[in-house]
Design a protein around this ligand. Structure first.
Ligand SMILES: Nc1nc2c(ncn2[C@@H]2O[C@H](COP(=O)(O)OP(=O)(O)OP(=O)(O)O)[C@@H](O)[C@H]2O)c(=O)[nH]1
Ligand SMILES: [Mg+2]
Ligand SMILES: [Zn+2]
Length: 184
């Protein structure tokens, strides 16, 4: 989901389209929304119906605002963006579950850092990158770190262009951040 579509203009459109293309090429369905223009709300509502969905993302992207708009009448707090930091003020501090009247549940969660990926294993992280999945388990070494090992199936796929550099770098970044956190 891409929220705050009202803020798209000629200065950010090209970068945004490039970023979204990464996900659209992987067959992710991206719903564009805006609370300000009330855009995409019906498509989003229909998509969420009869499922349990967790809203995740950085603080201030509008997770709580979206849920509050989808489910009028609920009591949910929305934060002002702090002007100095251009970030949310972490309004949502714990995850909360809301029922959709005609079926379906929405879970609001705190900004991504608080939500935390620190409990996931390296295997789960690998599987989170859907295009990596066909290559998992085919590395020469069972304990392959997928960084510079010979016979690494992930690096092979990267070489062949089946995995993009952008996604591979995201994988490495998250992997390293998990490891750093576990060191404490
Ligand atoms: N321009 C614009 N602002 C929006 C939109 N959606 C939300 N906002 C604003 O963004 C700010 C943060 O919204 P929240 O809903 O609190 O964000 P959040 O993702 O729940 O943040 P955390 O709870 O901290 O994780 C508020 O000031 C909202 O009014 C939108 O579509 N367009
Ligand atoms: Mg929130
Ligand atoms: Zn490997």
């Amino acid at each position: 989901m891409l929220n705050k579509c009202d803020l798209i203009d000629e200065t950010n459109q090209a970068d945004l389209n490039e970023l979204l293309k990464t996900y659209e090429d992987l067959n992710y369905n991206i719903i564009r929304t805006s609370i300000k223009n009330q855009a995409g709300m019906e498509a989003l509502y229909n998509f969420l119906q009869d499922k349990t969905s967790v809203f995740v993302g950085q603080s201030g992207v509008g997770k709580s605002s979206l849920i509050g708009t989808l489910l009028p009448g609920i009591d949910i707090s929305v934060g002002e963006l702090s002007q100095k930091r251009k970030k949310g003020v972490h309004t949502t501090t714990t995850a909360r579950l809301f029922h959709m009247p005609k079926g379906g549940d929405l879970i609001d969660s705190p900004g991504i850092r608080e939500f935390g990926l620190w409990h996931i294993s390296e295997d789960e992280l690998l599987n989170g990158f859907i295009e990596f999945r066909p290559h998992i388990g085919y590395c020469r070494f069972r304990d392959c770190a997928h960084e510079k090992e010979p016979g690494c199936a992930i690096l092979d796929a990267l070489e062949k262009g089946e995995i993009t550099e952008h996604r591979f770098q995201s994988f490495l970044r998250i992997k390293h951040s998990i490891r750093e956190n576990q060191a404490f």
